[in-house]
Design a protein around this ligand. Sequence first.
Ligand SMILES: [Zn+2]
Length: 144
Amino acid sequence: MRKELDTKLCTEFPELYANLRYKEFECDDGWYDIIYRLSVSLASIVSNHDDMQPEVYTAVQVKEKFGALVVYMDRYSDEIDEAIDKAREESLRTCETCGAEGKLLKDSCLWRTTCDGCEVEREEQWLRFEAGDFGAVPPVGDMN
Ligand SMILES: [Zn+2]
């Protein structure tokens, strides 16, 4: 995600992202709105429960995995699980690149949630890359 969007989320939700790895959201900009709404939900869940300490319920990693948004917390509750599941389902219908309506595509090397336009662009980038234009490296998903 663009650095300014990383910074915006970390600044608006300082407690939630106090322990975020590298202070980075490891996905593309198209999911920013989903992550923003999830952040609002998580912050309000924690602040609505006196027994949930904000320094314990922090997000340690936010990333794309197999085409879906994945959020790892230091600690979970049922409500937190529900909020993360909802954001994950939303990410599977939202292009990770541009935020338009998208769908999950799978091939041997890459699972991605994308819209038709971004998929065409990705294929064109591949062709340019294969033709020797190494400046046109296509985005590669995280298979871990
Ligand atoms: Zn797109």
